[in-house]
Write a protein that binds this ligand. Structure first.
Ligand code: SF4
Length: 474
């Protein structure tokens, strides 16, 4: 998928003004935030499980080559073929080659963010192969002109029921439906013949297990089973090299966290553990199984200050809780991964110069770090990316000038104090009786889409002075 994060600010502005989107994004706090809060309460030792998961993920990442090697040996021993792709484009080429080798004309797909990195649907279509998305959310996006997902686990969180009903009526040429079960039934009716006629099933892989050469796939719809167990004679798994886990016990540990952090469920509706193609005398399963393991910038993070990012289990909790994502949605970020994790991953995978705004797309409130099941220090990583941008002279000239002015003032406490006192008074005057500012010269970003509260009460310096004084008197 082409990176568009250069225009982040412009897109974010449009999304903020989109009232329908603002309404739809409220689902994040009602559904996901409260779901996670009750989901983690069920675990008797949430913190202990988090620490165990971190240890297990890091054991894999710190010896990535060893565990990938073990995985390859075990998967091959069980009849699968393991292929490595250095870039997302290479990975697409490999999948197209596999499809051509087996004479595939139609491929069903279950949800895979790595396939979004690869722009796999475009590559398949260009080669004359019809991709059919079978995850309900991804299917909706595909029939809406191959729209990009806006969330890693809820790809259509930006849409409402009415919008989807109109889309179904238009594309399926059927009467307008009004309730969700009927819409789901209609999608199932449309997709069923596709499952039965596809020659290839493509899935992502939440994790790959080194000791057994298996892939673990987690869904709530069961479509991954339809993609891999119904007629398709070929199953292709596309996933990132960092998804390897040494053992099944490691999988059990991270699975205690993934659904709870994502949707609040104690376990997802379907957890498939698939190992090798169908054996002799077996009824179900593909005749051929391939793994396409994508690097796409991941190995470049191993051993660096950004290595922690590789232990991400793609639960989406960081974006669900992010005050920025909650207001602008996923499309503003301009590439596959939105929210705080995307603001670290996009510059890390695609080059910091290709994602200039993303490290700034955060208030650094720290909530993403608090909720991340594997405690990735996202605010620290964003800060490090900002430092790299600054040192690389990639920020606008005005920013360097502003910091220079601030540094000049900060070294002169009396001047700094005078300037802040004047600034606070001016802002109080601007706030007037309603105590809120509707427009700030040279800082429109604070007021363009909301009223900014005027300063009230004492300033930090006044409070600090008073409390120090009070303490001395005690
Ligand atoms: S960074 Fe953490 S919270 Fe965000 S998707 Fe990854 S594991 Fe989940």
């Amino acid at each position: 998928m082409e990176i568009q994060s250069m225009h982040f600010q412009q897109r974010a502005g449009q999304k903020l003004a989109d009232q329908r989107l603002q309404q739809n994004l409220k689902k994040l706090s009602t559904k996901f935030v409260s779901g996670r809060a009750s989901g983690i309460l069920e675990l008797d030792d949430f913190e202990g499980t988090r620490d165990a998961a971190i240890e297990r993920r890091m054991r894999a990442i710190e010896n990535l080559d060893v565990w990938l090697d073990t995985f390859e040996q075990e998967a091959t021993r069980r009849g699968a073929t393991v292929l490595y792709a250095e870039s997302a484009e290479d990975a697409s080429r490999l999948v197209v080659e596999i499809a051509k080798k087996h004479g595939v004309k139609k491929a069903t797909k279950s949800k895979s963010m790595v396939s979004e990195e690869m722009s796999l649907n475009h590559a398949l279509e260009a080669a004359g192969i019809q991709p059919i998305e079978t995850d309900l959310g991804e299917y909706i996006l595909q029939i809406n002109g191959n729209e990009a997902p806006s969330h890693i686990i809820a790809p259509v969180v930006h849409k409402d029921k009415e919008e989807i009903a109109e889309l179904f009526a238009r594309v399926h040429h059927r009467p307008l439906l009004t309730d969700i079960p009927a819409m789901t039934r209609e999608a199932r009716e449309v997709l069923r013949p596709q499952f039965l006629s596809a020659e290839m099933g493509i899935t992502g892989g939440n994790f790959i297990i080194a000791e057994t050469g298996s892939v673990a796939i987690v869904t709530n719809e069961g479509n991954e089973g339809m993609c891999t167990l119904l007629p398709p004679k070929v199953h292709v798994v596309v996933t990132g090299i960092e998804k390897v886990l040494p053992t099944l016990e490691d999988l059990a540990t991270v699975m205690r966290l993934l659904p709870r952090s994502a949707t609040g469920q104690s376990i997802s509706n379907y957890v498939s553990l698939l190992t090798g193609p169908k054996g002799e005398g077996e009824q179900d399963g593909p005749e051929h199984m391939y793994f396409v393991l994508v690097d796409g910038g991941r190995s470049g993070l191993v051993g660096t200050e950004f290595q922690d990012m590789l232990r991400c289990i793609r639960c989406g909790a960081c974006m669900n809780h992010c005050p920025v994502y909650q207001k602008i949605g996923g499309h503003s970020y301009g590439w596959v991964y939105p929210g705080p994790m995307g603001s670290v991953l996009t510059p890390s995978y695609a080059g910091i110069e290709n994602a200039l705004d993303l490290p700034q797309a955060s208030t650094l409130c720290g909530e993403c770090h608090v909720v991340c099941p594997v405690k990735i220090p996202l605010p620290d990583l964003l800060r490090k990316l900002r430092e790299k941008q600054f040192e690389g002279e990639l920020r606008p000239r005005t920013e360097y000038f502003s910091y220079a002015v601030w540094a000049f003032m900060a070294r002169r406490p009396a001047l700094y104090s005078l300037a802040t006192r004047i600034g606070v008074r001016v802002m109080r005057l601007m706030g007037g009786r309603k105590k809120s500012i509707s427009s700030l010269p040279f800082a429109g970003g604070w007021t363009d889409t909301r009223e900014m509260a005027a300063p009230s009460g004492k300033t930090f310096r006044e409070l600090y002075k008073q409390r120090t004084h009070d303490r001395k008197r005690e």
